[in-house]
Write a protein that binds this ligand. Structure first.
Ligand code: UDP
Length: 243
């Protein structure tokens, strides 16, 4: 993949993920991420290309990361390059996904027999191993430190940051008439600091319209509920109009 031409802003692809291309940056400390139109679910088993999805996710995630930066959360964003490309800090990604839940849904509902839509008495934070090969298995804090995926101090910081991000982003979505049900975060180590990486978008969150209860996120695709991009467009429109 090295040296493969990506586009005119992105010189060479270093890695191709399910929904993003990671390309060489402008120096050794940066990378360019390019959002793809590919949408996958069930660990890549279901796959479709939806023209315009990349632009929507880039716009939504950049808007949210900009808001988080203004509220004291360091993210990997340096600047947006074009509609699908963003220049980011080159961090060493912690191979642990952090999942935050406000309302029961998805795997949580299935595993614990809690009806989808049940508000949780407290926000939950859980971890899974970032590994397509292993199917992102759930893992607990002592297992993470035991196999060296992250240090105890890093895990504590990730939980603290994840809860703060949840409070901030949930409030922003609320202003836009959208309920933040759950979401996934990834962090990276950068110059001795732990920073927010990856994206926050309808691909990685569950978002429900407050008025209709309609799903506006990747569940539209997972469950074949209708026009996926229509949901993503509503998220961007409502965030832009109400903030
Ligand atoms: N999620 C994600 N990537 C993953 C796993 C989960 O972005 O690899 C997001 C998912 O979109 C949802 C939240 O994390 O917003 C919780 O997902 P859950 O554990 O319920 O798994 P799922 O039902 O998506 O398999």
């Amino acid at each position: 993949m090295n040296n493969m031409i990506c586009n005119n802003t992105c010189q060479s692809v270093l890695y191709e993920g399910k929904s993003k291309l990671i390309c060489k940056g402008i120096d050794d400390d940066s990378l360019i991420i390019r959002y793809k139109d590919t949408l996958t679910a069930f660990n890549g088993e279901k796959k479709e290309v939806l023209s315009g999805k990349g632009k929507l996710n880039a716009a939504i995630s950049n808007l949210l990361y900009d808001y988080l930066e203004k509220n004291g959360i360091e993210t990997h964003i340096i600047r947006q390059i074009d509609e699908t490309s963003t220049l980011v800090k080159k961090a060493d990604i912690v191979m642990v996904e952090v999942i935050v839940r406000n309302i029961a849904a998805g795997s949580f509902s299935k595993k614990y027999g809690v009806a989808e839509g049940t508000p949780l008495k407290n926000t939950t934070v859980e971890f899974s191993v970032k590994s397509d090969k292993l199917g992102d298995p759930l893992i607990n804090a002592s297992q993470i430190t035991a196999i060296g995926l992250a240090a105890k101090q890093e895990l504590d910081e990730m939980v603290e940051k994840a809860l703060l991000i949840n409070t901030l982003v949930r409030a922003l979505f609320k202003k836009a008439g959208i309920t933040l049900v759950d979401f996934k975060l990834e962090f990276g180590r950068y110059k001795g600091r732990l920073i927010l990486c990856d994206e926050i978008s309808p691909d990685s969150c569950r978002l429900w319209a407050e008025d209709t209860g309609n799903k506006l996120d990747k569940d539209l695709f997972r469950q074949d509920l209708g026009d996926v991009l229509d949901g993503y467009r509503k998220v961007l429109f409502q965030l832009t109009m109400n903030n």
